[in-house]
Each structure stands twice: as structure tokens, then as C-alpha cells.
Design a protein around this ligand. Structure first.
Ligand code: NAG
Ligand code: NAG
Length: 316
């Protein structure tokens, strides 16, 4: 189904499908990554209560997305590969040469070589790496380093895995920048700003949300809060934030506002040059969701899976 909103059309995955094509199970809390805006990869997820090991790619070219059934491909491991890991509420990054997918699962990583179609792992991350679900691993697309906010010393610091195999860490934002201990935010690399942007999130103890856009700048190793104009999505979590139009905009979709309210269907576009928000029309209520996989290809915003219910969702 396609919606045209703010010059972005939206393509959603549905729970029911014709079984004529190989498609992923629609799950929540999948790991996903988009390669140079042309291929979306998704792994695992919570599928009706079970952690899955599925790995699929979706061709994001216009020819694929305008077909009634977009071009999914299951990435089946070659003979002799290690067993594919089952995981949910994890993250995925792709190497600079687009050959290797890496899953970040608590304090472990697993890698899938797209050339040989083989899994390796688990590798244990650094000593004191945080072992908890829902950490976000974000690749710095300039240096190749990977940032894991809250990924070190029980969530109090950010882990940094250097492209050359070295490890370091950075502080998390101070309370002046981000007043809450915030989880379940979205975090994304901004090619335009050369920084990592983090939006929303929730303090699990108090169920207080964060409405702030904060930024980690590797040049200064420091966090700051970015003032924005217009009406923002507010304090949401379990939403997605993905770059659009060569990184000049970010699209924020769905998520939850607090534990007592189900998934949301609002879509916002943040223009990174003017730092102003524009709200699109809510999508059809049946499509409201949280914890989905998202990407943008040209004018298409794509969301797959996620939690579609409107009831209480207890996360952890
Ligand atoms: C690792 O964690 C332990 C226990 O919390 C702490 O005492 C130690 O300083 C940490 N190590 C580093 C290198 O931060
Ligand atoms: C895309 O963005 C990058 C980084 O901001 C920039 O260097 C490049 O020129 C842009 N490409 C186009 C086609 O606008």
C-alpha cells in the first residue's frame, strides 16, 4: 500500500500476505540496516513470541517498490556456515565495502559475509560491554567506527568500536543535555552534519519520555542538544528515524508515547538544513505501529513489521 505524504510515499508490510513470494515473517524489534539507500537488510525479530534468525534483503529500487510484491530475497546460509543466530531487539551495521553484515546482540556480535553467505560468531565485545537488549549500534559513515550509546559500563557510557579493531568509550549526554536516562530512542548517523543524532526515548522506571534531539560529535567527543523549530514528534520511543534525500532530511515515524497508549501512526520530517519539523498526515489507523523496520528510497518511505496493536505494551 502506498501513501503520498509530504512527497514521501509509504509502503507497509502487512501481517497477512499471499504466500507466493519469499517474504520475511512480520515481527517486532528486528535489526535492520540500509546499504547506500539501495538495499534494506532485516534480521530476526520477535515473531509471535519467539526470537527469529531470518535474514532477508529488500531491493529498494523504484522498479521493485512499485511492484505489487516488492523484491524480498531470503539470504540462506551456505553449507558449512555457523548456525544463524536468533535475536530480537538488536542492531545491525554493514561494512564500508558492503560485504559484511554485523549483528550487535547485547555484548556479542555475529557477522554474515554476503560474498560467502556464511555466519561467524559470536564474538565477545569489550570487557564491561553492556549486556542488555535494545542497544543501538550506529556506524560513523566517515570513519567506519561504530558507536553504541549506553553500551559500556552498565549503560553509563557509550562504547566506541574503531574500524581498526581498537576500543574506546565516550560519556553519555549530561543531564543538562538529556534530562532522563533514556532508552528505546532512535539513533542514526547524519552524513550532512558528520555526527550521530539521537531522538526520543523513554526512562523505563518513570515512563517519562524524552522529546529532545541530541547529537554526538566525534570531532569534539561531546554531546549537545539541537534546538529545532516547528512541532516535533514529542516524547516518543520505539519509533524509527531514517535519513531521506541524501541525508538532508530525517523521517520519524510511529512508536509509542507512553506504556498505556498503543502504537502511533504519525510521520514527521525534519529538515536538517533549517532544523525545522513538518508533520505529515497520520497514516490509516490500522497501520499504526512501533518497533518496525524503516527505510527511505527516493520518495518512498518503507516500514516493515512492528507492533500494530493499540493496547498496553510492556517492553522489557
Ligand atoms: C569495569 O566495571 C567494573 C565494575 O563495575 C569497574 O570497577 C571497572 O572500573 C570497569 N572497567 C573499566 C575499564 O571501565
Ligand atoms: C550527498 O551528501 C553528501 C554529504 O552531505 C555530499 O557530499 C554529496 O555532495 C551529496 N550528493 C548529492 C548528489 O547531493
Amino acid at each position: 500500500m502506498l501513501f503520498r505524504i509530504l512527497n514521501l510515499s509509504i509502503l507497509f508490510g502487512f501481517v497477512t500476505h499471499h504466500v507466493t513470494s519469499q517474504i520475511p515473517m512480520t515481527c517486532t524489534r528486528m535489526a535492520y540496516v540500509t546499504d547506500s539507500r539501495k538495499t534494506l537488510y532485516i534480521h530476526g525479530g520477535n515473531c509471535e513470541g519467539f526470537g527469529a534468525s531470518q535474514l532477508f534483503s529488500l531491493d529498494l529500487t523504484q522498479q521493485s517498490l512499485t511492484k505489487s510484491m516488492p523484491s524480498w530475497k531470503e539470504l540462506t546460509p551456505a553449507q558449512g556456515s555457523a548456525t544463524p543466530p536468533a535475536a530480537e531487539a538488536h542492531s545491525m551495521t554493514i561494512s564500508q565495502d558492503s560485504r559484511t553484515l554485523t549483528l550487535w546482540v547485547g555484548d556479542l556480535t555475529y557477522s554474515f559475509n554476503l560474498m560467502t553467505m556464511t555466519w561467524t560468531g559470536p564474538e565477545i565485545l569489550s570487557k564491561n560491554a553492556t549486556n542488555c537488549p535494545a542497544l543501538r549500534a550506529v556506524k560513523d559513515l566517515r570513519s567506519g567506527d561504530v558507536y553504541v550509546p549506553e553500551g559500556y559500563n552498565e549503560g553509563t557510557q557509550m562504547a566506541i568500536y574503531r574500524y581498526n579493531g581498537r576500543f574506546s568509550w565516550a560519556p553519555m549526554p549530561t543531564a543538562a543535555v538529556m534530562p532522563l536516562e533514556s532508552w528505546l530512542y532512535s539513533a542514526v548517523w547524519s552524513t550532512l552534519r558528520g555526527t550521530m543524532l539521537l531522538y526520543g526515548g523513554n526512562d523505563l522506571d518513570s515512563d517519562q519520555g524524552s522529546q529532545f534531539l541530541v547529537e554526538y560529535d566525534p570531532r569534539t567527543n561531546a554531546w549537545s542538544r539541537i534546538p529545532t523549530r516547528g512541532i516535533s514528534p514529542g516524547d516518543i520511543y520505539n519509533h524509527c528515524m531514517v535519513p531521506a534525500y541524501n541525508g538532508t532530511k530525517m523521517v520519524v515515524f510511529g512508536g509509542q508515547h507512553n506504556k498505556m497508549v498503543g502504537s502511533l501512526g504519525s510521520i514527521y520530517v525534519l529538515d536538517l538544513e533549517s532544523m525545522s519539523w513538518t508533520k505529515g498526515a497520520d497514516v490509516d489507523r490500522a497501520l499504526w505501529r512501533s518497533n518496525m523496520a524503516c527505510t527511505v528510497a527516493g520518495d518512498n518511505f518503507v516500514a516493515w513489521g512492528g507492533k500494530v496493536n493499540y493496547g498496553i505494551e510492556i517492553y522489557l
